[in-house]
Design a protein around this ligand. Structure first.
Ligand code: FAD
Length: 117
């Protein structure tokens, strides 16, 4: 990889974007208002229009049709995003992530304390 003050390549952009998206989902309300639910759906639609990796954006738009964002709660959104990410992992031949661990990975830290400092 190039130095950190250079433009992002596809993988770097992907890592940062997933980090951002999973963290947004981790802190999404347990009981979102209907406006928040609508806005979150719009957010993913807009992401699929502006994500600066063409194959990724096209794929995302397709996936949003297959299974629209589950915006009814923090848990449902985080699980939906885990499903979305696993679809990309599968396509790229990467290991699938265990979605029961999504809050440990992105919000609470691992139960062995390895993220506590
Ligand atoms: P990443 O896949 O970037 O994952 C980062 C971290 O997230 C992992 O280390 C792991 O701890 C965690 N994680 C992994 N899976 C999950 C999950 N299911 N749920 C929660 N956490 C998880 N690249 C392409 O080449 N082609 C594409 O079509 C493509 N489409 C993309 C679409 C989107 C919307 C995004 C955001 C990225 C896309 N990418 C695509 C980039 C690709 O997904 C990876 O980001 C990139 O290949 C770097 O992978 P990585 O192995 O570093 O880990």
């Amino acid at each position: 990889h190039s130095p950190s003050n250079c433009p992002l390549d596809k993988d770097q952009l992907g890592q940062h974007t997933w980090g951002f998206l999973h963290t947004v989902a981790a802190y999404y309300p347990d009981k979102p208002s209907s406006d928040q639910q609508k806005d979150m759906s719009t957010f993913f639609t807009l992401l699929s229009k502006f994500y600066p990796c063409e194959v990724c954006a096209t794929d995302l738009a397709e996936q949003l049709k297959v299974r629209p964002p589950a915006t009814s709660s923090q848990s449902s959104l985080s699980q939906w995003l885990c499903w979305l990410h696993n679809g990309v992992n599968e396509k790229l031949g990467k290991p699938l992530f265990d979605c029961t661990k999504v809050n440990e990975r992105w919000r609470d830290g691992w139960s062995d304390g390895s993220c506590d400092y």
